[in-house]
Design a protein around this ligand. Structure first.
Ligand code: 4NP
Length: 164
């Protein structure tokens, strides 16, 4: 946890990362924001998303991601951005959607910060959140199911490690 100077509270900052920041990581961001709100933790946990690539920088999420989130009652307003060097300083956890994202993040991350980079699905058995971009809607539905479980597991872990 880092001290949030503006609000004077200890806040855990989580960055979720995929390749383009238009499909999987915005979906993870939307689910995290929703679950954090439901737990009443909006002043304790901050969420952002980014891509290892800049192909879609400035664009809104893929319509299929927004539709899948919408099916679950979740609205999201964000724009794609690429991972920046200072993200490794600003965030307590940097969660990669697949092993390719993970490898790129670990290469780019300063050595002393490398333990902040983890796989998104690590607390639910590991593996990749598969890239859905060139596939059908079923890929997005599967992404949602995986991410929903993983988000709850990460929030439980953060709760368990929180100092009273
Ligand atoms: P994401 O999906 O990494 O989950 O946002 C992709 C989005 C765009 C591309 C690949 C994956 N692309 O090649 O443009």
């Amino acid at each position: 946890m880092t001290l949030d100077e503006e609000h004077g509270v200890n806040k855990t900052r989580i960055l979720v990362v995929c390749l383009g920041n238009i499909c999987r990581s915005p979906m993870a961001e939307g689910i995290f924001l929703d679950r954090v709100r439901r737990r009443g933790w909006s002043d304790r946990v901050a969420i952002d998303s980014a891509g290892t690539a800049a192909y879609h920088a400035g664009e809104p999420p893929d319509p299929r991601t927004l539709a899948e989130l919408g099916r679950h009652g979740i609205a999201l307003d964000c724009r794609a951005r690429q991972v920046q060097d200072d993200d490794f300083e600003r965030f307590d956890w940097i969660l990669a959607m697949d092993s390719s994202n993970f490898d790129r993040l670990r290469q780019r991350c300063p050595a002393e910060r490398r333990d902040r980079v983890a796989m998104m699905l690590e607390p639910v058995g590991g593996g990749d959140v598969a890239d859905p971009y060139y596939g059908g809607l079923d890929g997005f539905a599967r992404n949602f199911q995986q991410l929903d479980r993983a988000v709850d597991a990460w929030l439980d872990r953060i709760q368990a490690s929180a100092t009273p």
